[in-house]
Design a protein around this ligand. Structure first.
Ligand SMILES: O=P(O)(O)OC[C@@]1(O)O[C@H](CO)[C@@H](O)[C@@H]1O
Length: 584
């Protein structure tokens, strides 16, 4: 099979008829690459579908958002121009909304070596398109909360309810305290459930609904008939064993459990609470404006920098006798987290998000960790990526699910067998617990701007040191999906046998776990000869989502006291007493 089967426009675009050379960044100029195909074929189709949706369902969208014809027309025009600019490789337009985040985007655009769709890196251009799609809503009076992919995501969730019932039935057997071996085996199983759930993304299918078939393939949804076999994702793990190209799951289970145990001891033994935070001093050192006013409602510790309104370095002091200051550590100073935390950098909503939450529930209920932070996208992203609203939607749907299906079994040798009944009873039970976890802060959903920036992760420290530092509090960070994988690898077309740690290029805020079904033509960590062997079978094997990777880098940069004030400084912290942090 040819390595590509799309027309390559070398006449009107600065494109060459070659694959991405080794060790260069992926980019639309390589006509025989998935980057070119995505920019020329997939992304314009995704934009066209949003336009179609706005035209087709305009009346409903108008009434939901109290929008006018003008709002809808304006947004359609905006997307149409965006699509044409992309297809004709125009220079990026600057964002015109005036927010700190949009201004930062403009700085990145202005300082990028190349600000054309096909000649900048694929990841920059692709992220830019989704950011612009959002800007179209921000600019409109009434579409500020409009998510063009919301319906697709909701549909994807509803059409996978049975799958979630099956997983929930098994999950409840994994939650009670269990012995070492079972605990490890269950952890490994859930990692694999979580991996294969990444087949269900709506960006690869260009918005078409996706659900599993009995053979473990993700296909466009079909109407369910009652005799359809129950899809068993646990069986899929066995069936897809050969397609799992790197499997570090056992190593992950062992090392995360061991590290979490050690961290738990350190957290328990940590009794050094400071009464006064360092942020004034750090602000001075880092050249960040220093807050002068003390908080009116807080008692001021003697000798505190803020009580003097001075940027002088403050030495930690004990409070005056009789003055009770809350004992909360300053996040900028902390070198031990306040809890054992596991982080998941989420990818797609619906069934994939459900599988992420199952892993989180298992880790908490086995007391391996005390908190799980879910990092999601603040704005609609790559069609099906999770936003806070999608997270909440999953919770509501699962809590209120009333699913029941009787599936006729194959007749037993002695006569008719009992039908299998799939119900949502356990799904509701686990989801109620999830709600509880959200309410009591065991689960935390966060949406920092960095996740919807165009930056690859090796540059995280430079562009968002706060997020990098936040990740350093985790016992491990699990990155889901293909886009996160591209960002982990710095969007570089590595030699496929390059080690995972090398490919991360120093990005080790905490041990890194990557679960990814292969949907773009870059990879690392393959055994020698594997890439060539798979390419002989199908030159486009990397674009199908049929293969999976579970990779692990145990290395992590030790958490030192920060060099800058914590992100709350200047917002709620006056450099005297830190506000309570539940997310560190
Ligand atoms: O990140 P995900 O959901 O696993 O995959 C996203 C994806 O479908 O879209 C990206 C580009 O459009 C590709 O990297 C990948 O093919």
């Amino acid at each position: 099979m040819a390595p590509y089967d799309w027309p390559i426009d070398t006449e009107n675009l600065p494109v060459m008829k070659i694959v991405t050379p080794r060790n260069v960044l992926m980019c639309g100029i390589y006509g025989m690459s998935f980057a070119y195909y995505s920019l020329k074929g997939r992304l314009p189709i995704i934009l066209t579908k949003v336009i179609d949706y706005l035209s087709r369902d305009g009346s409903r969208i108008k009434s939901t958002h109290n929008a006018s014809d003008e709002d809808i027309r304006g947004y359609i025009q905006y997307i149409t121009k965006l699509k044409n600019d992309l297809l004709t490789n125009k220079k990026y337009d600057l964002l015109t909304v005036d927010t700190p985040e949009a201004n930062r985007w403009n700085e990145w655009i202005l300082s990028s070596e190349n600000s054309y769709y096909f000649t900048n890196t694929w990841v920059f251009s692709e992220c830019y398109v989704y950011r612009r799609l959002r800007e179209g809503c921000e600019l409109s009076k009434s579409l500020k909360n409009f998510d063009p992919f919301e319906e697709q995501k909701e549909h994807a969730l509803k059409s996978n309810i049975e799958l979630m019932c099956v997983v929930a039935d098994k999950l409840v057997t994994m939650l009670p305290a269990s012995g070492k071996d079972k605990r490890k085996a269950d952890f490994v199983t859930l990692l694999k459930i979580c991996l294969w759930a990444n087949k269900c993304d709506l960006s690869l299918s260009m918005g078409e609904p996706v659900s599993f078939t009995a053979d473990g393939n993700a296909t466009k949804s079909q109407t369910k008939v009652n005799v359809a076999p129950v899809i068993d994702p646990f069986q899929m793990i066995i069936d897809l064993k050969e397609k799992l190209l790197v499997d570090d799951s056992a190593k992950i289970a062992d090392q995360v459990i061991a590290k979490a145990e050690n961290m738990g001891k350190a957290v328990e033994g940590n009794t050094t609470f400071k009464y006064q935070c360092s942020c004034h001093r750090l602000a001075t050192l880092a050249g960040v404006p220093v807050r002068k006013e003390p908080p009116p409602e807080l008692p001021i510790a003697k000798g505190s920098a803020s009580s003097k309104g001075s940027p002088e370095p403050a030495s930690p002091t004990e409070p005056e006798e009789g003055v009770e200051l809350p004992k909360v550590p300053c996040p900028a100073k902390m070198t031990t987290p306040q809890a054992v935390i596991f982080d998941i950098v989420c990818d797609n909503s619906a069934y994939e998000l459900f599988s992420d939450v199952c892993v989180a529930h298992f880790l908490v209920s086995q007391k391996i960790v005390q908190k799980v932070r879910f990092h999601v996208k603040k704005i609609p992203w790559f069609v099906s990526d999770v936003t806070p609203r999608d997270f909440n939607y999953l919770l509501q749907q699962c809590k209120n699910a009333t699913y029941r299906r009787e599936v006729p079994s194959d007749p037993a040798p002695e006569g008719a067998a009992e039908p299998r009944v799939v119900t949502s009873d356990n799904l509701r039970t686990v989801a109620q617990q999830w709600q509880q976890y959200i309410d009591d802060g065991t689960f935390i959903v966060m949406c920092d701007d960095f996740w919807t920036s165009p930056h690859v992760f090796k540059d995280m420290k430079r562009y968002d040191s706060d997020v990098y530092r936040k990740l350093q509090f985790a016992v491990a960070v699990l990155f889901k999906g293909d886009l996160n994988y591209r960002k982990l690898l710095g969007e570089k077309n590595w030699n496929p046998t390059t080690g995972f740690e090398t490919a991360l290029q120093g990005f080790t805020p905490a041990p890194v776990i990557a679960l990814r079904t292969v949907k773009a033509d870059l990879i690392c960590g393959l055994p020698k000869g594997k890439y060539e062997q798979l390419s002989k079978i199908n030159e486009k094997w990397m674009e199908t989502g049929d293969y999976g990777l579970i990779q692990f880098c145990p290395k992590s940069e030790p958490l030192k006291a920060g060099e800058r004030p914590c992100p709350d400084y200047g917002d709620t912290c006056f450099g005297t007493v830190c506000p309570t942090h539940t997310d560190l």
